[in-house]
Each structure stands twice: as structure tokens, then as C-alpha cells.
Design a protein around this ligand. Structure first.
Ligand code: IPM
Ligand code: MG
Length: 384
């Protein structure tokens, strides 16, 4: 019975297996991080994206231009606009990232990216893979660092979401075995887990944080999450001054709402899908996903973006210019820090904190009763 289906499914699985075995080898080859602070010429690619993307990207690009004016004029930094990462172009090419766009991205050192539309079933677009997910994989951006801060509630979290494995590694390559049975695959590699765990513990150590929480569902997803948990605990042994706790994702989701307990969390390390979900929840405490930025870090490249999508509804309702640029501006803070422009990063972060948490003289509502993103950008600039 089912001989044909089984044969087809096994062939499909064998192909995925070959790809992942090759990837597991490949990622072991890159040992050191590039030191961006000491490059003679640094290229920052800027991709506008879709929906509200071009609007909030423009505000963010202006801010970068303003902050790096001298270095840009001296030819030490180049801001390079990369077009073609729009859903129209991706759909026309039938690719998550068209080849020429990918080649351009690879010529940059770091990338600032506006949100891109991810097609889903029923959309007018072909059901191609998400451009985010593809970029993270193509550039091996293995760590997704997502800070969330609500100072007056004592919340100061940094999530280290594994960014290339878990349910996402072959998320667009599952198989419908027959009409009754569908399979997806979850992937954990030793190197993939070690490198995210090390980054999380190093971050804690370098920032004087004495606690790291590991979040999985290893009680049920025993093999892949079990491996993730075990490796994180192994890495933890190299950091004897950092306390480690492990949580299951369901209870962690609840604990983030627990006002008495949640202040204790500082650094969390977790597999891809749990990181995706938990960081949207976390951002909500800070004022919503529109306020949260995200750094996608690899050893060779890094990409900085908002944690949210392209909000097509804001565009169709004619409100795109009122979109909150803070998510991308927070990503700019992380970008500046990553390229070693720490003083500029701190200046922008401080100005944003004044505008978003303290003075609040200009307010974004996402609607015409609030400021436009451009106006908010100018407000922040006035506090630099
Ligand atoms: C994110 C987004 C993406 C993800 C989507 C757009 C594919 O939700 O960056 O968190 O799931 O990673
Ligand atoms: Mg998400």
C-alpha cells in the first residue's frame, strides 16, 4: 500500500537531508566575526520593502544620513539603496529574493531592510518563501536579537532567537504525502545551537547580566528541542557566574504577563518559532510591534529590520505616512552599535527614549490624528 506516495516522500526527504547535511558542514567553516569598526570603507545597503516599508525606511535612512554625515562625505561609509525587493518584483521573478538583488546584498556589509510582504495561500501573489526568511538563510544570519524595554515597569529583555533553523530551516519545503497526510520538518544542528547560545551568554557577560533563560518545548519536541536545550546548558558551563534556568514556551508565554516575575528575566535564548511568537508578545508591552527593532546577525553579514510586517491595510486605507518608524529606528540603533559607532547609537537611543517614554510632545497613532513618521523622525532629530 502507498508504495508510490512513500517513494515520493522518501526521495523528497532524502533531498532535504542532503541539503541540511551540507549546510551543517558549511556553517562550521566560518569561525570569526567580521570587525566592521575597522573597515576602510563600509557599505550599508538600504532596502525599502513593501507596504509601509518605503515610508519608515525613508525616515530611517534620513536618520542614518544625518548621524553618519561626516563619514559619508569622507567616503568612509556608503549608504547604498537596493531596489527590487518588492513583492511585485519577487512575484515576477518567482523568487523570495531575485538573483540580482541577492548579488547586490552580498556586496554590502550590513543591511537596513524595510518590511517585506510574505505571500500566503489565497493571496494574489505566488506562494513564494518569505524574503526575510530567505535573507536570513542566504546570508546565514543565525542570531535574531530583539530587545524589549519598558523602563517604568522594570522590563529590560533581550531575546536571542535562533534564526535559520527549527521549523524555519525547511519551512517552505514540507511535503503533502497524499491527500490525508502532510509533513513538515524541524532542524537543529550542533553548530547552529552552539553559536546562538554563545552569543546570548557573551551578551549577558559583556553587559553585566547574571542570568540567562533557555526557552524550549523539550518535554514534547524531544529530539530537536532536547538537543537545543542540552547544548545551551553545555555552553552555560563556560559562564559560571551566570545563572541559568530553563522554561517551556507555554509557561514562559504566561510568565511574561506575570508582573511580579517578568522583571527577573533579562536574556532569553530560544529556537526560531518560539522566538518569533514570544517576541511579538513581548513587544506588545512596549507599545506594540511598531516599536520594536531587530538585529539579524551572522559572522559575515548583518541585517537590521522592524519585527513587524508590511501592514498592507495601512496602505490600502491611505495611512502609510502615519506608520510608526520607531521599529526601524530601533533597528538603526542596533546597526550603529554593530558597526562600532557606539556613540552615535547611544545618542539616537537616548533621543528616542526622550521622545517615546519621557517628553512625548509628538505622538504617533497610526492615523491622521497623530504625527506622520517623517514628523516623528524630525522630532527625534531635534533631541539628538
Ligand atoms: C518576524 C516575522 C517573520 C518571521 C515573517 C514575516 C516570516 O514574523 O521577523 O518575526 O516569522 O520570522
Ligand atoms: Mg514574527
Amino acid at each position: 500500500m502507498f508504495e508510490q506516495e512513500k517513494k515520493r516522500a522518501l526521495e523528497h526527504f532524502e533531498k532535504l537531508l542532503d541539503e541540511q547535511l551540507a549546510r551543517a558542514e558549511r556553517i562550521k567553516a566560518t569561525k570569526e566575526f567580521v570587525d566592521y569598526a575597522n573597515l576602510d570603507r563600509l557599505v550599508i545597503g538600504v532596502c525599502g520593502g513593501d507596504g509601509i516599508g518605503p515610508y519608515i525606511s525613508q525616515v530611517s535612512k534620513d536618520m542614518l544620513e544625518h548621524l553618519l554625515k561626516e563619514e559619508i562625505e569622507a567616503g568612509k561609509v556608503e549608504l547604498r539603496e537596493i531596489n527590487g525587493l518588492t513583492i511585485e518584483n519577487r512575484a515576477a521573478c518567482g523568487k523570495a529574493i531575485p538573483d540580482d538583488v541577492l548579488a547586490e546584498l552580498k556586496e554590502c556589509h550590513v543591511i537596513l531592510k524595510g518590511p517585506t510582504t510574505t505571500p500566503r495561500q489565497g493571496d494574489p501573489w505566488p506562494n513564494i518563501e518569505s524574503a526575510n526568511v530567505a535573507m536570513r538563510k542566504e546570508l546565514d544570519l543565525f542570531a535574531n536579537m530583539r530587545p524589549v524595554k519598558v523602563p517604568d515597569q522594570g522590563i529590560d529583555w533581550v531575546f536571542f532567537r535562533e534564526n535559520t533553523e527549527g521549523g524555519y530551516a525547511v519551512g517552505s519545503k514540507g511535503i503533502n504525502v497524499n491527500d490525508d497526510l502532510a509533513f513538515d520538518f524541524v532542524v537543529t544542528t550542533t553548530e547552529g545551537t552552539e553559536r546562538i547560545a554563545k552569543l546570548a551568554f557573551e551578551y549577558a557577560k559583556n553587559n553585566g547580566i547574571n542570568r540567562v533563560d533557555i526557552v524550549t518545548k523539550a518535554n514534547v519536541i524531544k529530539t530537536t528541542d532536547g538537543k537545543f536545550l542540552n547544548i545551551c546548558k553545555e555552553i552555560a558551563k563556560d559562564y559560571p557566574n551566570i545563572a541559568v534556568d530553563d522554561w517551556y514556551i507555554d509557561i514562559m508565554t504566561a510568565k511574561l504577563v506575570d508582573e511580579k516575575r517578568r522583571r527577573d528575566f533579562r536574556v532569553m535564548v530560544l529556537p526560531n518559532l518560539y522566538g518569533d511568537i514570544l517576541t511579538d508578545e513581548a513587544a506588545e508591552f512596549q507599545g506594540g510591534v511598531g516599536t520594536a527593532g531587530s538585529a539579524n546577525i551572522g559572522k559575515r553579514y548583518a541585517m537590521f529590520e522592524a519585527i513587524h510586517g508590511s501592514a498592507p491595510r495601512m496602505v490600502s486605507e491611505g495611512r502609510a505616512q502615519y506608520a510608526d518608524p520607531c521599529s526601524m529606528l530601533r533597528a538603526v540603533v542596533m546597526l550603529l552599535r554593530h558597526i562600532g559607532r557606539t556613540d552615535k547609537a547611544e545618542a539616537l537611543e537616548k533621543a528616542m527614549d526622550i521622545c517615546c517614554y519621557e517628553e512625548k510632545a509628538v505622538v504617533i497613532t497610526g492615523r491622521p490624528d497623530g504625527a506622520t513618521g517623517k514628523e516623528f523622525g524630525e522630532y527625534i532629530k531635534s533631541k539628538l
